[in-house]
Design a protein around this ligand. Structure first.
Ligand SMILES: [Zn+2]
Ligand SMILES: [Zn+2]
Ligand SMILES: [Zn+2]
Length: 177
């Protein structure tokens, strides 16, 4: 049987979405694609339906918990809120999630270092002038974000208002003199 597309991507250790980047540890997609997928899901997300679904799930959970039934299946809850099987499954799931998060943090931590070592922008991985810490695009984004933060600060806007008032006063005085 010929190798499937996904099998090939797995073998080449490539992201299933962009087919260029290395996948995040234990995942099929790279970090960038995982971010994009998360954003897409958030856009598609219907808050009303989700709330209904959540409420139904919570109610079921509560009923099972009071009745002493495993919250994951319908067997008796012999181990806290779980049956034995689901206690084991929950423990394994928690451990795997913790390990994956740790790995992801580690990998993410390594990305900027690798980029710096390659003389690239640590923020986005683009080429940058050697004397600059970031590429031009990132510098622009960073200063924009900084200025945006400043604009929003009430103290800053008060200061700016005072300054422009002083300046206009000085200007009028200068003109009348
Ligand atoms: Zn990707
Ligand atoms: Zn169970
Ligand atoms: Zn950059």
């Amino acid at each position: 049987m010929p190798e499937s597309d996904y099998e090939w991507l797995d073998r080449m250790n490539l992201c299933h979405r962009c087919r260029k980047e290395r996948p995040a540890p234990g995942r099929k997609f790279c970090f960038d694609c995982l971010d994009k997928i998360r954003e897409e899901n958030a856009r598609r997300y219907d808050p009303g339906k989700a709330r209904e679904y959540q409420a139904r799930r919570r109610e079921l959970y509560r009923q099972k918990k009071t009745a002493g039934i495993c919250v994951r299946c319908s067997k008796p809850a012999t181990h806290g809120i779980y049956c034995y099987d689901h206690l084991i499954a929950a423990k394994r799931h928690n451990r795997e999630t913790a390990e994956r998060r740790k790995m992801q943090r580690h990998e993410r931590g390594l990305i900027p270092e690798k980029r710096v070592a390659a003389g690239l922008c640590p923020r986005c991985g683009a080429e940058k002038p050697a004397q600059q810490k970031y590429c031009d695009d990132c510098i622009k984004q960073l200063t924009d974000a900084l200025n945006h933060g400043r604009d929003k600060s009430p103290f800053r806007s008060m200061e700016r208002q005072r300054y422009s008032q002083q300046r206009s006063r000085r200007y009028t005085n200068g003109n009348s003199a």
